[in-house]
Ligand binder design. Structure first.
Ligand code: GUN
Length: 291
């Protein structure tokens, strides 16, 4: 391996320390302790783990966390009613409804119901629009914020660099492309219909992959020295029956061509919750009229 390893665990810990200091200063100035509400519907095992981690890490930086565990047959109207209560609750500054939702619930109605100032996921159409228009002050999705921090740990100034985002989801690819554009990169988005993916990857100074396809990106796709950010977290079955976490990039191949690369696990994963905490503090500061 010749590439620099981008240590997401260490950088996420630094972000959490920054949030902890920000929370302490906010509370010392006389404001209410920032509060995050996390809503989980049903008993999906992975979602339960994520929610527990979110609650634990929120409390660890000195914020309040309230957890709402609802049964899988919860009606959409009941969820919307809970969101309205949380919207009106002055002790709650951030609201996160864990995805995926059961199929009988309309995701877009839920996203739109969360007050934009409490939308710590950054999925509400008002926040999506703010980011698309390059306006300051909106809430921005957590994983893209984490990816930008990882990229900046290698290249503090990325203006003029060529960035390719592989994957066009609303959670990662699209908002990330907007952040890269705001940082003055020349940005492309590749997706399932993209032709000649290899050639496009080879042109990228910064390659971010968020497809959920294990091992999609091979070492020979890369421009030598590129910065490679692997957002994929795939559970792959081993021949012995065990499970292994792997990314969307073939790490061993890519690490000998890239200039810097994130591992899986320990790369992008820890950054998402760190920026959820940062967004919750930002929401509390905005509610207090602070920038
Ligand atoms: N499930 C997986 N990732 C996410 C996320 O970023 N936000 C929410 N709300 N649910 C998720």
């Amino acid at each position: 391996m010749t590439a620099q390893l981008i240590d997401g665990k260490a950088i996420a810990a630094q972000v959490r320390r920054e949030v902890e200091e920000g929370v302490a200063a906010f509370v010392a100035a006389g404001w209410t302790v920032p509060g995050l509400a996390v809503v989980l519907i049903g008993s999906d095992a992975a979602s339960q783990v994520y929610v527990e981690n979110k609650v634990r890490q929120t409390r660890a930086v000195g914020m309040r966390s309230e957890r709402f565990l609802l049964p899988a047959d919860t009606q959409e109207s009941q969820l919307l009613e809970l969101i309205q209560q949380l919207n009106a609750d002055d002790t709650i500054h951030g609201i996160l409804v864990q995805f995926p939702l059961p199929p009988h619930i309309d995701v877009s109605r839920v996203i739109s119901a969360i007050h934009p100032e409490k939308d710590v996921d950054g999925f509400n159409p008002l926040n999506v629009g703010r980011l698309a228009a390059g306006l300051e002050g909106g809430l921005v999705p957590c994983t893209p914020l984490g990816v930008m921090r990882l990229i900046r740990s290698v290249h503090p100034d990325i203006a003029g660099m060529g960035a390719l985002v592989v994957g066009a989801s609303n959670v990662v690819g699209r908002p990330l492309a907007r952040l890269l554009l705001q940082a003055d990169c020349t940005v492309s988005i590749a997706h399932i219909k993209t032709t000649d993916l290899v050639r496009r990857c080879r042109e990228a100074d910064i390659l971010v992959v968020a497809t959920g396809v294990p091992g999609l990106i091979r070492g020979d796709y890369l421009k030598p020295g590129a910065t490679v950010i692997d957002v994929g977290i795939n559970r792959v079955r081993l021949p012995n029956g065990g499970l292994k976490l792997t990314g969307d990039v073939v790490f061993e191949e890519a690490a000998s061509i890239a200039g810097a690369i994130t591992p899986v696990p320990g790369g992008v994963g820890p950054m998402t919750i760190a920026y959820l905490l940062a967004n919750t503090l930002q929401a509390a500061r905005s509610a207090a009229g602070l920038r």
